[in-house]
Write a protein that binds this ligand. Sequence first.
Ligand code: ADP
Length: 209
Amino acid sequence: MELSERQEKIIEIVKENGPITGEQIADHLSLSRATLRPDLAILTMAGYLDARPRVGYFFTGKTGSELLTEKVKQYKVSEFQSVPVVVKEDASVYDAISTMFLGDVGTLFVVNDDGYLSGVLSRKDLLRASLGNQDLNIVSVHIIMTRMPNITVCRADDLLIEAAKKLIDKQIDGLPVVKDTPSGLQVIGRITKTNITKAFVELILDEQV
Ligand code: ADP
């Protein structure tokens, strides 16, 4: 976050004199308390300062990058996940390709007859299957999918940064967001590189406000 000259000054005053009341900070700067109010609100919200009732403002000792890290660590998968697009195991490769186009996604999740996660299909999985001479209406996706238990998943409560690390470590484009049930994993969402990019943009744009 880019701090204004006045906000930098306020931080210096609080560092040296804290705990200090808003009134006293205003005196240091020869400004009114009302003029300072928005700056104090911003600095408190951003985490540079903390305010205790009847005591005053004090410096938290956190740097800009520490505060940014704290904010990223608050991002949960549930806040950024998208709707999953699924196909059944007995769907044909042709149907899966159509579903991928219609759903405008790069990764499809495959579910078994009971509706639980059984596989993943990427764009290249489908392209590879299309290269041979097989009839795409006959080959079913369970032949070509990456299957359980080799599927990397995440959960709604996970930190977004953990999901992002999995995408990088496994070199994949998306993860199913799953809910654990005694009978299997229920697919409730999708986290892709696009969701991570959105989080990154939100983080930076929010910082500029
Ligand atoms: P693409 O193959 O189109 O580049 P990916 O990099 O996502 O897309 O997929 C690479 C391989 O990893 C594919 O064979 C795919 O089935 C598999 N894969 C994709 N997502 C997952 C996942 N969440 N867990 C396990 N395997 C996956």
